[in-house]
Write a protein that binds this ligand. Sequence first.
Ligand SMILES: [Zn+2]
Length: 508
Amino acid sequence: MTDFPSPSDRPKSAKSTAFALFRPVLFAIGVIALALGGLVLTHRSNPEIAALEKQPPSSLPVPAPSSPPATIALADPEPAPPLTSADFRIAGFKGFQMKQPDPAADPEPPASDLYELTLRLERGDTVEKMLADIDVPEADRKQIAEKLQSLLKKKRLATGETIELMMQTMPEQPDAPRVLSLSVRPQPEREYIVSRKDDGSYDAEEKIYKVSPRIVRVEAERNGSLQQSGIKAGAPSAAMVEFIRAMSYDVDFQRELKEGQKFTVLLEQLVTSDGKVTHPGRLLAGELRLLKRTVTVIRFRPQGGADGFYNPQGESVVRSFLRTPMDASKLTSRFGMREHPILGFSALHAGVDFAAAPGTPILAAGVGKVAMAGPNGGYGLYVKLQHTQDVATAYAHMSRLGPGIKPGVSVRQGQVIGFVGSTGMSTGPHLHYEFHRGGKQVNPLTQKFAMRGAVSGKDLTRFQALTRQYLNQLKSAPAVADVNDKPPQKKTSQAPKEPATPQIAKGD
Ligand SMILES: [Zn+2]
């Protein structure tokens, strides 16, 4: 937000941008003219030039007088028109009144040239108002706004939308800049362009870019949180959350995963024909290397079913119990409380502890009923869930209970039953988690949990083909860092070529 001028700041900002762009050019023109030996004016007739020679402004670059004009490069791609003597005779050109830099003074507009502006729609802003702010004449801006609206139809541009302008300042009307073209791209696949014709009227067109899927790979090392490591390497946050969730029925992230271990996610992006990514990537498959094994998940949609994740053998990753009763992406990576720090090593630790920030939601490990919810001695604030007659889970040291959690109510798997705290006998925020079988605590990490289903019947052939493809692509698909924001690579096979130019739908 603060990177952009507010609407009221805009005229000054636009002008000073233009001035900043041309100031070195104007200055260079002056220096060159001086070097050529008073083409138009003499030294003596202009005291400001004498002053300039004695005190060249230190903040401006001073090109050597012998530098050829060709070394003066504009920041924009339009080449500066070659200088002719006519440039020095134009009406209103007052000679070399180059001033010392003075931010308070309104600078002279550039003599005549093209420049680009990128402006952003602010809250309550309109394109017409924006153009008025940069002194575009009323007749022009009305036409432009109408043309643009005819393309947008009923749609409105969002606050924060970026508007690209190609502008020209005419020497005879330095205070009424022309808009040569205006373009806005509210969606990557759609660009609206209003451009000026030779007769001064405006034309509008809509460019539609073809969108197609592209499969890419993100390979990274775990460095801190798995989620952040993936995001840093170019995977979208949503895909990383999905990846971690798909893994979390099977993987104990705090014990099986160490720093520096590698993982790969396979993503399906949507990309326009000119290389803009319209969807950063849906998770297709993922592979996580653990200390003693590698876990792979494959996205698959059985016929008549919903998308789910499966292991390469076709078994659903969803189990009757969560391995970690917490969103694994929220676990803190450091773990230091395996042994009971208060009772010491001699006491039996009847559960496992998961380190997480205070307030992290605690999830019901499986479907069940709340058997206990409230303070429970050294356990602090405590919840016990009964899942079957035989199986129960317990959660201790909570800071508070989840919404609606009280004895007797039913819970779904993954429902929030409380929040991480440090109540009871605890040295710091963590979840103490117990798994009970037949009334006795057992190690939750060694339990085998029932699968929720597997690919079968007609789906199996399709699943196996897809799995082979994904396992290959996990190793060979282009890396996301190599392809993002680049046009699709030219195909070398006989595949039909995509049209180089986008389809254009003319507006009225
Ligand atoms: Zn514990």
